[in-house]
Design a protein. Structure first.
Length: 258
């Protein structure tokens, strides 16, 4: 029994966020409150990394595993038919065809949650943290932390520098270099961009993004806004969504690298 208790303690400590980042997590509702939920549902409008950027998607996310299902919501965009896409933890899929979303399905399904789930996803197991000290940006002081995601998710980057407002302890910027092959330009140094969390909203006791803008990051400060997307109708559930929700349906195009 003692051996089991020690093993459980080791696992708990391995999953716990570093102390230096805890104030920010607490300001957003608390890491362990986040971990208590199993499912997140929300609507995303204007996701910019695809040809259907003006559309609206309904996302269902299994928080412990990052399995995702995306269903188009609202009128078709550019005469495209309604679509669904997902990642079941092993392979990505899209229906009726990859052309419906205009981007690789695994990237399309995984990448939005990388931003929407901040700062909590930065504190998960498999993400390494480094305290970079205080930074002065646009007339305000921020605490800066570098995070390296070692899990190999298909997101715009695997390295982020988070800027935490020292007054509110809320996340303001997440700076990254565009390393994903679909966005990076071959032969050029990776572009450095930032997501700016313009507005936050409360949902089931957690602070989650309401509006996120994307801009270039030059000489340690944000440039002009290049794109933006919004997150609405956010709900969390302590019950897990049915595994079948993330499985590829009949007629879907399926590929691990799709």
């Amino acid at each position: 029994m003692a051996r089991l208790l020690r093993a459980a303690l080791v696992l708990a400590l391995a999953a716990a966020p570093a102390a230096a980042f805890e104030d920010a997590l607490r300001a957003h509702g608390g890491f362990w409150n986040w971990r208590a939920y199993r499912t997140m549902r929300c609507d995303v409008t204007g996701w910019p990394f695809c040809r259907a950027a003006s559309g609206r998607d309904h996302l269902t996310i299994d928080l412990p595993t990052h399995r995702v299902r995306v269903d188009s919501d609202g009128p078709p965009v550019d005469a495209r038919p309604p679509y669904a896409a997902g990642f079941d933890g092993r392979q990505a899929w899209v229906r009726p065809s990859p052309d419906a979303i205009g981007a690789p399905a695994r990237f399309y399904t995984e990448a939005p949650f990388q931003f929407i789930g901040m700062p909590f996803v930065l504190a998960e197991a498999g993400v390494e943290e480094q305290d970079l000290g205080d930074r002065w940006v646009n007339g305000r002081w921020f605490e800066a932390y570098r995070f390296v995601d070692t899990r190999g998710a298909d997101t715009p980057s695997d390295t982020f520098v988070a800027y935490i407002d020292m007054d509110t302890h809320l996340l303001r910027y997440a700076v990254y270099e565009v390393t994903w092959p679909g966005l990076a330009v071959h032969g050029r140094r990776p572009a450095r961009q930032a997501v700016e969390f313009d507005e936050w909203q409360e949902a089931d006791g957690l602070m989650v993004p309401k509006r996120i803008s994307i801009c270039d990051w030059t000489n340690g400060r944000p440039g002009d806004e290049r794109a933006a997307f919004t997150v609405d109708d956010v709900h969390f559930d302590r019950a897990a969504a049915a595994p079948a929700a993330f499985a590829p349906p009949a007629g879907a195009a399926v590929s691990p690298g799709l």
